[in-house]
Ligand binder design. Structure first.
Ligand code: GLC
Length: 745
């Protein structure tokens, strides 16, 4: 939103700048700072990753961390975990932690949140993203960004747009129809811009309809600036700009990259040359600098002081803002917020015969099996890596939760070779990360002694499992697999976990299983035998404690899946309709940077549960699924039409018929009664979460406007309200519908 006085001051300061000075502001001056103009008091903009906390400090122009103790930080639950809470309040407080700690570290922008649609369960960065559903993303990204931006710090919502895989991410060209773009891939960003008023946004590496996202005029100007009226800052992804003219005329403001030749960037000397030759208008640079100065005013990095000179001329300069929010570093309150989010991010997928909780009073001896029970994840994942002040593993959490009256025994159970860890400065090579990955893949396979160790660990765990009545297995993935720059090759559980889990369940059917992962894994080998299964994404520094509280029953699980859990890639819409991974690019092609690895999003809007429901494809657990230690009875669904509008108010009663106080997330879906060929069966259009005491009944209320009944038409290229009988579904998950009502539109 433009502020007239600000715009006048911006114009006055802009008028003071030379072309060289303006150009110095629109590209990296350091790896995580864009240029400033000391002559006029204009500082550099300081930014850093990422969605799970403020990343460690690097040398200004080397991918080497500064190595002090002052950049350890709060390590938040991943965006997948935050989304699994379905709790808007916790999204807000997570944003507050990010914003406060970014400010505390002197940042003006945190490069978060990542909200790309989880289209492909193989995508290495799924852990950094929220969901397969645009409505859930929109509802969680708004409070998260608001929380960040209350601290004189900007969010930087990313990666705009259609960034759905890591394989050849710089060369992937996404082709998709307008309806798919508008209904699935844009809404999260649209909510971030229009509702959360994000002050920062990052373009993507991949191409969309033939043009790289960070220099794509259709995305960055036609949609973002013209249609959505966005007047915030747009930064490229690091190394995502490949053409001076395209970038300068796209709507991009700042080019960031991974090499220290900052003056050779496309928007540096080459741009100056192009302007001198009249190929690019200086007005474009002025517009970029306006956006940069406006950004600086919004985060209170500067104020602009005007001075009337004796000759009547008005001069301008930037001055620091003395009372700018100082933020904090590792404040206890941040850790408390992180704990609260982690507690609601644990999803209970199964709990037959109420196997869980393992009450401490009934647990004298507890066996904990699995490398993931004892593994810290903070320092992995790529640019989301965090130098966490601490990280409570599940084993530590359980030891603390059960205390000294319970013998907590650990067995590693399976062996994990530490592979990716030996990629030094991966980000320096991140523009051609496939080469690095190829090296890694060559190293595959186990040595003879590793094979011996694998057998020893499994035999030990199984032998112990016979002696313990309470057993928890913690497995899943890690950031060797859930990592930026590469995709997984399958959903299979790695490191021989299937064999281990089956063998343990064979001798002890009452073992509970926990999957830690940022994306779906194949549990089919043992899922029917396991009585209790918990799932959590990388859940931050308090994740192990939160998991332990759920296992002991001191916290009642309330997480719900933010994505469907298919068993196999072949069951996914990408496998059925897409062309992933597509052909291998030649080295020659990649040198030209104009290689194209086209991925046609042929599945259209049928992403995630929209596909699985439409085509009756079975998944292990459905979108929105999550159990509790309580049970809930839904009744009294009422739907009232708002006079003269295509709008309805909806209310439903939910009673806690269990014996413990618990939180339930009531989900509202909308779909046609007679589902037409081109539409999903139903789509999430509302949800609310509340704590309900045993025996108590709570009323959940929702409002539906015509948007809830609209689809974007590829023919008219406009949103159109559907007509006819529409069903309003109320459920505890997308596949656990408790009541419905039909309305006529
Ligand atoms: C990375 C990521 C982006 C990150 C940026 C800076 O390659 O794609 O999410 O914020 O570069 O590290």
């Amino acid at each position: 939103m433009k502020n007239r006085e600000w715009e006048q001051k911006i114009e006055a300061l802009l008028a003071e700048l030379t072309l060289d000075e303006k150009i110095s502001m629109i590209h990296s001056a350091e790896f995580f700072r864009s240029g400033g103009v000391p002559r006029l008091g204009i500082p550099r903009i300081s930014m850093n990753d990422g969605p799970m906390g403020v990343r460690n400090e690097f040398e200004p122009d080397k991918w080497v961390t500064i190595g002090t103790t002052a950049d350890s930080t709060s390590y938040l639950p991943s965006n997948s975990a935050i989304a699994a809470t379905w709790n808007r309040e916790l999204a807000k407080t997570s944003g507050e932690v990010l914003g406060r700690e970014a400010r505390g570290r002197g940042k003006d922008m945190i490069l978060a949140p990542g909200i790309n649609i989880k289209r492909n369960p193989l995508c290495g960065r799924n852990f950094e993203y929220m969901s397969e559903d645009p409505y859930l993303i929109s509802e969680m990204v708004v409070p998260l960004i608001e929380g960040i931006q209350e601290n004189d710090v900007s969010a930087c919502v990313k990666h705009f747009a259609c960034n759905a895989q890591e394989y050849e991410r710089l060369f992937v060209n996404v082709e998709l129809d307008e309806r798919t773009l508008r209904e699935i891939y844009l809404p999260g960003f649209e909510a971030a811009v229009k509702r959360a008023k994000t002050w920062g946004l990052m373009g993507s590496y991949n191409l969309v309809r033939g043009v790289h996202g960070s220099q794509n005029r259709f995305l960055l100007t036609d949609i973002l600036r013209k249609e959505w009226k966005y007047d915030g800052l747009v930064v490229s992804d690091w190394g995502a700009v490949h053409d001076t003219k395209l970038a300068a005329e796209s709507g991009l403001d700042i080019e960031m990259s991974v090499t220290p030749d900052f003056d050779e960037y496309y928007l540096a000397n080459p741009l100056k040359e192009a302007i001198k030759k009249g190929e690019i208008s200086e007005e474009r640079v002025d517009e970029m600098v306006r956006n940069i100065l406006r950004f600086m005013l919004r985060v209170r990095l500067i104020e602009i002081e005007l001075k009337k000179q004796k000759n009547g001329k008005v001069t301008a300069k930037a001055v620091r803002v003395p009372d700018r929010d100082p933020g904090c570093v590792n404040a206890d309150v941040c850790h408390t917020f992180v704990r609260k989010t982690a507690e609601e991010a644990v999803v209970m997928l199964k709990n037959d015969k109420k196997l869980l909780p393992f009450k401490p009073s009934e647990t004298q001896r507890l066996l904990v099996i699995g490398d993931n029970a004892n593994r810290m994840h903070a320092a992995g994942g790529g640019s989301a890596e965090i130098k966490a002040l601490y990280e409570k593993t599940p084993l530590l959490g359980l030891a603390n939760e059960y205390g000294g009256n319970t013998e907590v025994k650990y067995a590693r159970g399976y062996y994990v070779p530490r592979k990716t860890a030996d990629i030094v400065n991966w980000q320096e090579g991140s523009v051609n990360i496939e080469e690095i990955n190829r090296e890694q893949r060559k190293k595959g396979g186990f040595t003879a002694e590793e094979k011996k160790l694998i057998k020893k660990l499994r035999d030990e765990a199984v032998a112990l499992a016979k002696e313990y009545d309470k057993v928890v297995i913690v497995g899943g993935l890690d950031h060797d697999l859930d990592v930026e720059g590469k995709d997984k090759e399958s959903l299979k559980l790695p490191y021989g976990q299937d064999e281990l889990i089956k063998a343990v369940l064979e001798v002890n059917p009452n073992a509970a299983v926990v999957m830690v992962s940022g994306s779906p894994v194949d549990m089919s080998a043992w899922m029917d035998k396991a009585k209790a299964i918990l799932w959590m994404s990388y859940n931050g520094m308090e994740g192990g404690a939160a998991l332990a509280e759920v296992i002991s029953g001191s916290i009642v699980p309330s997480g719900k899946l933010p994505e469907s859990l298919p068993a196999d890639f072949k069951d996914t819409p990408v496998a059925k309709y897409g062309d992933y991974p597509g052909r291998k690019l030649t080295a020659a092609e990649k040198k030209r940077m104009n290689a194209r690895l086209t991925q046609n999003f042929n599945e259209g809007v049928f992403v995630g549960y929209r596909y699985y429901e439409k085509e009756n494809v079975k998944v292990q657990f459905p979108f929105g699924h999550g159990l509790s230690y309580a049970d809930f009875k839904y009744s009294g669904l009422k739907v009232e039409k708002v006079k003269g509008k295509t709008a309805f108010t909806v209310s439903v009663q939910v009673k806690n018929t269990g014996h413990v106080s618990a939180k339930e997330t009531v989900q509202l879906y909308v779909g046609e009664k007679n589902v037409s060929a081109g539409n999903p069966v139903k789509e999430l259009k509302g949800f609310d979460k509340a704590e309900i005491k045993p025996g108590q009944t709570k009323t959940f209320k929702f409002k539906l406007d015509e948007k809830a009944f609209s689809h974007f038409s590829n023919e008219s290229m406009k949103w159109e309200v559907m007509s006819g009988d529409m069903v309003i579904y109320i459920g505890a998950s997308s596949a656990d519908i408790r009541c419905t009502k039909t309305v006529k539109i």
